[in-house]
Design a protein around this ligand. Structure first.
Ligand SMILES: *Cc1c(COP(=O)(O)O)cnc(C)c1O
Length: 437
């Protein structure tokens, strides 16, 4: 038995599926997960001493690469001052100011511990600030695992949300309306039918949890326009895209040029630099509805934890224009190599790309992927063999075809070259794949 197998068996005995977050399981690709013991730069090392080029990046936070010296130093310094004070401290303000200097629409900020908590609180705040009850979300957009946001896709025009998981009741999702992504007509219809009751529309900056699905030209601006017209709030969930797509997130790639700003943003992942921090932010007059200045309750024992604030601030301070240029060109090189390898192996696909975020969708070249239904209709069975061929060659990809690939500032030419070398073999494995059963 391998060490990874032993670790997996022990983990599975004490934790459901052997994991603390289901995306880490190898459920959709099969096989034994590699148990990681260290990370540095663009590389991970597993319990058997095997090294991998990492394209998961801790699911987003590792923008600078793993174990960036400035981040590690900042964390050490914070730890030496104590793990937490249960009281206000200066580094909360420092990180908040850094965020606002990049995203001026983040006039005020509340730090929380996870992206889930950020979006859950943003929705509560939107309801509290508007006195309205309905929330509109798009099928396939993931906003964390709070009950009301785990509503499944409705087909066609607006359908009242049905729970997307056991344990969530219809009552909990009955005030969430789910419509198709990129569907302007459905959004217009929802506002025509329920306009006065809609507290907010929540959307990912770029959906990247059903694979990457770029917004069609002007779609985010359209959400801004229609929410404003009806007195509803726009919640721009930048937990994944924030401080990654540009230094000012997806807003920096769209709203800044087009002249619009959402009412509320949510941030996570990069903002914590690998430590558990996330945030909601937005217009002062809305944010001041939060306790203690306002009536909308939110609290957190570990909110604004000083060690996490230090990691986040050091990460943002070192995420310079050169870092973003580097990540963009590394992503371009890998995405181009991926397309060439799949073409050479005769595998029908699209590469779904928005800035440096991209993902792969098999068998979708006829239509591309513009919404959740198209994402779900792809030949997902090709991914398992593709994934395992890459893993074998020392490249660690997300263990699901519906996840983005994450490059970092630490992916140098050698790392990119190792990925490019691995792609042709993986593409041939994808070509040879057959549907199960
Ligand atoms: C990851 C993610 C979340 C949830 O964040 P957690 O920290 O995992 O709770 C919410 N929204 C988006 C867009 C995400 O990518």
């Amino acid at each position: 038995m391998t060490t990874n197998q032993q670790l997996f068996d022990a983990a599975s005995d004490v934790m459901p599926g052997g994991v603390n977050s289901p995306v880490r399981a190898f459920g959709s690709v099969g096989g034994t997960p590699a148990f990681m013991v260290s990370a540095e730069g663009s590389r991970l090392t597993d319990a058997e001493g095997k090294e991998y080029i990492d394209l998961v990046g801790s699911w987003g936070p590792a923008l600078l690469g793993h174990k960036h010296p400035a981040v590690i130093d900042a964390v050490h310094a914070a730890v030496d001052s104590g793990l937490g004070f249960g009281a206000s401290h200066p580094s909360e303000t420092r990180l908040a100011e850094l965020v606002r200097s990049r995203v001026p629409g983040a006039e005020m900020i509340r730090m929380v511990s996870t992206g889930t908590e950020a979006t859950m609180t943003a929705v509560r705040l939107a309801r509290g600030a508007t006195g309205r009850k309905l929330v509109v979300k798009f099928a396939g957009c993931y906003h964390g695992h709070s009950d009301g946001l785990l509503a499944a896709a409705g087909s066609g025009v607006a359908t009242l949300g049905l729970p997307g998981t056991a344990g969530v009741t219809e009552a909990q999702t009955s005030e969430t309306i789910v419509i198709g992504y990129n569907d302007r007509a459905a959004l217009e219809q929802v506002f025509a039918d329920h306009g006065e009751d809609i507290a907010a529309v929540i959307t990912e900056g770029v959906p990247a949890n059903m694979g990457v699905v770029p917004p069609q030209e002007g779609f985010n601006a359209f959400i801004r326009e229609i929410t404003q017209k009806h007195g509803a709030l726009m919640i721009f969930d930048e937990v994944m895209t924030g401080f990654r797509i540009t230094e000012a997130g997806q807003w920096g790639a769209s709203g800044r040029q087009e002249g619009w700003t959402p009412d509320l943003f949510t941030f996570g992942k990069v903002i914590g630099g690998g430590m558990p921090t996330a945030a909601l932010a937005g217009r002062r007059e809305i944010m001041e509805h939060l306790a203690p200045t306002g009536p909308v309750y939110h609290a957190g024992t570990l909110s604004g934890n000083p060690v996490a604030m230090a990691a986040g601030a050091a990460t943002l301070e070192h995420a310079t224009a050169e870092v973003y240029q580097h990540i963009d060109s590394a992503a371009e090189a890998v995405a181009t190599g991926l397309g060439e390898a799949l073409d050479a192996a005769g595998v029908d696909h699209t590469i779904q790309k928005a800035g440096s975020l991209f993902s792969l969708a098999f068998g979708t070249s006829a239509t591309g992927v513009h919404d959740y239904a198209q994402a779900g209709a792809q030949e997902a069975f090709r991914y398992g063999p593709f994934f395992h061929a890459m893993l074998e060659a020392g490249v660690f990809l997300p263990p699901s075809v519906f996840e983005a690939w994450f490059l970092s500032a630490a992916h140098d030419d050698a790392a990119v070259e190792q990925i490019l070398q691995a792609l042709p073999g993986a593409a041939r494995a994808a070509a040879a794949a057959r549907p199960q059963g």
